[in-house]
Design a protein. Sequence first.
Length: 156
Amino acid sequence: MVKSAEELTALFRSRGLKVTPQRQVIFRVLSSTTHHPTAEAVYAAVRSELPTISLRTVYQSLNDLAAMGELSALDLGTGSTRFDPTLEPHHHLVCEGCGTIEDLHHDFSGVILPAPAAEGFEVNATEIVFRGRCATCAAHDHNAAAPFPGTPPSEL
Ligand SMILES: [Zn+2]
Ligand SMILES: [Zn+2]
């Protein structure tokens, strides 16, 4: 379960970290989304409530939370670090069109490391990344198909 803003605030306190209004809003933004936002996206959402907050403060708070193990900083090849507040092991669907990252909760425990890689390597966790196109991008691709057969892509 994603921690509530209250739980995260209590956790910050218990670890001797200062609980600022900025951090509280950042907690709230993070716990209200499943979209693995970038630091910039968190910043944009937080700024609607705290117009004077700096991107630097947002970065610092996200990095604090990641260092505490309260969220994951993911690099899934979308070009920016994505922050994931869901801590239980899970998998991801990455859209190569728009960069959307969705969670997938599914038991892939039957997936095993083949020999010879399995020799001497102890698996602790299996994280699977599916890359492709989300429904929105796939529908768009379909509609944007070449209007005339043979139209070179550069002219679209
Ligand atoms: Zn997409
Ligand atoms: Zn996730």
